[in-house]
Write a protein that binds this ligand. Structure first.
Ligand code: BEZ
Length: 214
């Protein structure tokens, strides 16, 4: 493909709370239907291109920490516009060179159908690169978090783990999570809704701790 990709206005931007667009695609683990993962959390993440340095560093880190996502019943699903043979060659090279097996499926998206539906295209790129998008999709198929990094900046897998933990704790305990929250740390109560509740809570009524359910 030559020249920059133009924004496709037939796909309005996805927002938190939208249903994740379903798709069927070839992946390194066989054909995959996104909606077949209902009932589990999904972290769908795009990378600009195979065989690139930042993406390789991310894949090594994601592969090493995949068991922690699996423990939280979250399926990792990578994606780029590159072809299935390119994905297969890349993950073989990662295993050979870095002794790391990539345990999650990678979607091929040569037509960029999925990338367009999710707004993952890199409008500044001169090719089919996608930005470093991350979509957390909950067990009911709803998008709960959207994160986008440019091609030049690698993501923090620890932060992605933290976001997943926070989303799950928010659902489990009806709490909010403060800045930098980590599992096991105190959380925050949802905002008070009545004058009585505000009076009862005292001067710190606008920031009340609340313990997650044990
Ligand atoms: C990288 O992953 O290293 C990369 C990908 C696309 C553009 C620049 C860097």
């Amino acid at each position: 493909m030559t020249g920059p990709i133009t924004d496709d206005l037939s796909f309005p931007p996805l927002r938190i709370g939208d249903e994740a667009p379903d798709f069927t695609a070839r992946t390194t683990h066989g054909e995959f239907v996104l909606s077949s993962l209902r009932g589990r959390w999904v972290m769908l993440f795009a990378h600009p291109a195979d065989f690139t340095p930042v993406c390789t560093s991310e894949f090594i880190a994601l592969s090493k920490l995949e068991p922690a996502f699996r423990e939280r019943d979250c399926v990792l699903l990578g994606l780029s516009a590159d072809s299935l043979p390119a994905h297969l060659a890349w993950i073989s090279a990662i295993e050979e060179r870095f002794n790391v097996r990539v345990p999650f499926p990678i979607v091929e998206d040569p037509s960029m159908e999925v990338a367009r539906a999710y707004g993952m295209m890199d409008l500044e790129a001169q090719n089919s690169a996608t930005v470093r998008s991350v979509f957390f999709i909950d067990p009911t198929g709803i998008i709960r978090t959207i994160i986008s990094y440019p091609a030049s900046v690698g993501r923090s897998v620890a932060e992605l783990q933290r976001v997943l933990s926070a989303l799950q704790e928010v659902d489990r305990s009806n709490i909010l999570t403060p800045e930098g929250w980590q599992p096991g740390e105190p959380a925050i109560a949802p905002p008070l809704q009545t004058q009585d509740a505000v009076q009862k809570a005292g001067p710190s009524w606008f920031l009340q701790p609340k313990k997650p359910r044990s």
